[in-house]
Design a protein around this ligand. Sequence first.
Ligand SMILES: Cc1ncc(COP(=O)(O)O)c(C=O)c1O
Length: 503
Amino acid sequence: MKPPEPRAAALDQTRAPYFAALLDYVDAGVIPFHTPGHKQGIGMERAFRDFVGDNVLAIDLTQIRGLDDLLQPEEALVEAQELAAECFGAQQSFFLINGSTSGNQCMMMAALNPGDKLAIPRNSHKSAMGGLIMSGATPVWMQPEVDEALHMDHTVTPETVRATLRRDPDVKAIYVVSPTYYGVAADLEAIVAIAHEHDIPVLVDEAWGPHFHFHPALPLSAMQAGADICINSTHKMLGSMSQTAMLHVQGNRIKLDRLKAVYKLFLSTSPNLVLVASLDVARRQMALDGPALLSRTIEIANEARRQLNEITRVYCFGEEQEGRPGVFDLDPTKITITVKNLGYTGYEAEEILRRRYNVQLELADLFNVVALYTIGTTTEASDALVHGVRELAREDRPVDIFSPSGVLERRMNTGTYKLPSIPPIRLVPRDAFLAATEFVPFKLSAGRICAEVITPYPPGIPVLSPGEEITPEIIDYLTLEKKAGVKMQGPYDDELKFIRVVR
Ligand SMILES: Cc1ncc(COP(=O)(O)O)c(C=O)c1O
C-alpha cells in the first residue's frame, strides 16, 4: 500500500522537546536530592535494574526545574502538547498517565454537572461508569446496534442519537464509543451534526482509534469528524508506553478552564516522566512516519484476514459488513476471528493458541477472539497467528462440548442467545454507588437496585450499573457467562454468588 503524503505542519514535528529535556538533565550530571528514591537506578534492586537497564532509570525523574509540571506546564511540556495538538488535529491536547480511564473521568467531569443528562451507549467501557459516578450525571442509555449473527454490539447510529434527543431534549451532551473493541466505527460526522444542531457537545471515547488520524484507509478520527472532545489510548495502538493516553479538545462547547481544573484534580502530582516522554516520541513518530508505518500495518492485517478467511469454519468480518446497522466504517487493524463454528468458545481458542502456539490475543468473548495489528506487528508474528488458527481448525472437535453446560449451544442452535435488555434505571449511578447497601444472593436479587458495576471481562462492557434494577433476564445472562468461564470485574464478590444492592 502506497503511504499517503504526510500532512504539512506549521510546527517543527521533528522535535521531541520533552524527551530532549530529560536527556539534557541526564547529560548535565545533576546530583539528585529529589524523588524517586532509587536516584536514577543506584538504589534499585539489582536484578530489576539489570533487566530494565540504566537508561530508563536515568530518566525516571521527577518534575523539577527544567522538567516542567504536567499539571501546570510552563516549559517543555507546553511545546510537547502543542505539537501533539497539531499532530492529532486538535485545538489543545493533554497528556494522560492513567490511560483513557482518566480521560473518561476528565471528559465527563468537564462537560457535566450533577443531575445533567448524558446520552451514552450501553456498550461503553466500564471507565465511563467512573465518570458518571464522579460527575453525578444521569445516563440516558442509547442501545447500540446489536449484531445477532456476530453476537456483538456495534456503535450507536445517528438515528438513535436523534431519537434520543427527541425523547429527552434536555440531554446535555452526547457520548459515543468509536471504534468499538472489535474495530467498528460510528458515523461520527452525522452524530456531531445532530448534537451541534442542539448546541450540545460530543464526547468521544476513541481509546481504540489513536491511529485513525494518520491514514486515509482508516475511519475518520473524532477530531476530523468535528467532535468537541475525545480520548485516545495511544498506548493501545501507537508506540507510547502502557498507561499513557491523550485527551484532545476543540471548539468552545467544552470550557477549557473547567477541563484544566478537572485535569489537575485527577492526575498524579508525580507522573512517571518516562511515560510522559514516551507520549512525546510517539507523537513524533506518527507525525514523521505514521502514514508509512500504518500502510504496512494495514497491509499485513488485510493479508492475515484474507488467509484466515480461507480456513474452513473460520470467519473474520471485513468490508462486507460496512453499511450494516451500526457499522459505518471499519478499522482493518483489528481482526475479529469468529471461532464458534470450530466448536470452541473464544476463551478456549485464546487459551489453546497461547499454550500450543505461544500466540497471545487481545480479547476473547464467547464466540470470538480479537487480534490487534499495530505498527509493532511483524509479518512473522502474523504468520504465527494464522498458523495457530489453521491448526486449531484442523482439530475435529464435536460442537456438543462447545459449552460446559450445553446451555449455550442449545441457545445458539435455537437462535435464542440474546444480550440482555437495558434494565430500568431506579437511581442515579452516583447515588446508588454511595448509598447504604447490603449483600443478597445473586440468584435471588431480581427486583433489587444494583449498587455496583458488573462487567464481564473482556470486553469490559457493564451489564449492570449502579442504580439499575436487576432483572431475571440479566441474572440468566450473567449465570450463563459465568458458566462459560467469563471473569466478572467490579463485583465485590468475584464469583458473583452475592451482589451488593441498595438497602
Ligand atoms: C472503549 C474503552 N475506553 C476506555 C478504556 C480505558 O482505557 P485505558 O486502559 O487506556 O485506561 C478502554 C480499555 O480497554 C476501552 O476499551
